[in-house]
Design a protein. Structure first.
Length: 242
């Protein structure tokens, strides 16, 4: 991959952005500790996916095409045979709406790239790769391939660990004996702690929790997940708009 320089002095963020092998390699080097940590979540997802009667092929396709750990774990909780289509799609959309904001922060540079490089690289966008890339750009090292390198490493690690977890899950006859019946709750508590930004998060989280609990008691099925996420998101958006 030869380095290419893209310049657009008419843009608000003037300067240049490059796309080359050195940037991709730098991204992979910085991302490997995060990729190792992500593999732990991938193993848990794989085991739980097997317990939800998903095959290795289904786990592979979900991890490769969706590539969103929190959304995939939520989908497992909604999974049924046959799967209920709309709740799964809408829940995944709500959980991943933050990617729109992440993409907007990258747009001053990414819109200078050819479409194949820009959109192909953004497929590997995640919370971790976005944070690493923004830190790199803040230090004036603006190689867009940094996101590609870090994202590819985490992508491969995620797929590999989910498949390994699914394979290992076949040898676990009683998930409760290993504490895996609590794994879903534990993973999401960890995700929540990582998302905590301060007291401003209390109201949206509280609304989401109350709506989910009430809906779980009054509405059959798994609609409480979607309703809780939707109400919490609306309250959060209203607070930011004020």
């Amino acid at each position: 991959m030869s380095e290419t320089v893209y310049v657009d002095n008419n843009r608000e963020a003037a300067g240049e952005v490059t796309f080359g092998f050195k940037g991709a390699l730098a991204g992979a080097r910085q991302a490997w500790p995060l990729a190792v940590g992500g593999c732990a979540d991938g193993l848990v997802f794989g085991v739980l996916a097997h317990q939800s009667h998903q095959s290795l092929l289904e786990v592979f396709l979900m991890s490769a095409l969706v590539y969103a750990g929190s959304a995939q774990l939520l989908v497992l909780h909604l999974w049924s045979l046959p799967p209920v289509f709309w709740p799964i799609v809408l829940t995944t959309l709500l959980v991943n709406l933050r990617m729109v904001l992440m993409g907007m922060t990258l747009s001053p540079w990414w819109r200078r790239l050819p479409p194949l490089k820009a959109y192909g690289t953004l497929f590997f966008l995640s919370d971790e790769t976005w944070a690493l890339t923004m830190g790199e750009f803040a230090r004036e090292r603006r190689d867009a391939a940094f996101l590609l390198g870090s994202g590819l490493l985490m992508f491969v690690g995620w797929i590999g660990s989910t498949l390994l977890g699914c394979w290992l899950g076949g040898g676990i006859a009683d998930p409760a004996a290993w504490g895996l019946d609590f794994a879903f709750t534990a993973v999401f508590l960890t995700l929540l702690l990582g998302m905590w930004k301060g007291k401003a998060d209390i109201l949206p989280w509280l609304v989401s929790a109350v709506v989910a609990v009430v809906a779980a008691r009054l509405i059959p099925g798994n609609w409480y997940i979607l309703l809780g996420a939707l109400c919490g998101s609306v309250v959060g958006a209203m607070r930011h708009a004020d």
